[in-house]
Design a protein around this ligand. Structure first.
Ligand code: CA
Length: 238
């Protein structure tokens, strides 16, 4: 069995120690990188169950590291730490591909809850394909989703999705026409209830649209239901 390791890239020593201490209960080993150079090297050269990535770092920053990791491993879970909500907005605007975000100062309880949820998802992916039902391919218009290979085809062409984008799309496609509130999606796809993170959903929806919609500014697959949330429409285009 693989040892489960978490990489923490954080230059503030007291935060790094606190995070490492609490995450050490959730895995076999926590490795701390104290600057962007070391973080980038470790993040891209070794396997990690999770990378916990500070945004502001000496050397390459969290965004650069996130992008570099994504180029190599679309499914690497990444939790981004930012110091204030203005920074978080910037991160979301840049659409880095982080799976989740925490704004400093964060509570240790919240950190642990997020990391647990991410690791649980990874565990579920690694388990042997559970009793048949959920592994059959979903065909929704021009989108084909293969849950067993975690692959998405758009008009027969492979689409690169992050783990979270895939989960989100699969959740929508399994429930065509059903309207989900952002809080529902956080609960079902991210795996924990929380308030104030609805913009995380918006950001992932925007990224997903950019990848699967013909015209992301006029989405036809993941449709906004004003004042409520989103729904998936597989109806054929005219
Ligand atoms: Ca920092």
């Amino acid at each position: 069995m693989n040892r489960r390791r978490i990489l923490v890239v954080e230059d503030e020593q007291d935060i790094a120690e606190l995070v490492a201490l609490h995450l050490s209960d959730l895995c076999d080993e926590v490795v701390v990188a104290a600057d962007g150079h070391e973080g980038l090297r470790l993040a891209t050269s070794q396997d990690w169950a999770l990378i916990c990535l500070d945004l502001r770092l000496p050397g390459p920053d969290g965004l650069e590291i996130c992008r570099a990791v994504r180029r190599e491993r679309a499914y690497q879970p990444i939790l981004m730490l930012t110091s204030k909500s203005a920074e978080l907005d910037r991160v979301l605007g840049l659409e880095t591909g982080a799976d989740d975000y925490l704004t400093k100062p964060f509570s240790v309880l919240e950190l642990v809850a997020r990391v647990r949820a991410i690791l649980r998802r990874v565990d579920n992916l690694q388990k042997a394909p559970s009793p048949e039902p959920d592994t059959s391919a979903i065909v929704a218009g021009e989108v084909t989703i293969d849950p067993s290979r975690r692959e998405v085809l758009l008009d027969g062409e492979h689409v690169d999705l992050t783990a979270r984008e895939f989960d989100l799309l699969e959740h929508f496609a399994r429930n065509p026409g059903r309207v989900f509130r952002r809080a529902d999606l956080l609960d079902k796809v991210w795996g924990y209830g929380h308030e104030g993170y609805e913009h995380t959903v918006n950001s992932h929806i925007n990224r997903l649209r950019a990848k699967i919609e013909r015209d992301p500014s006029h989405p036809e697959k993941i449709v906004t239901v004003w004042g409520v949330g989103y729904k998936f429409s597989s109806e054929a285009r005219v």
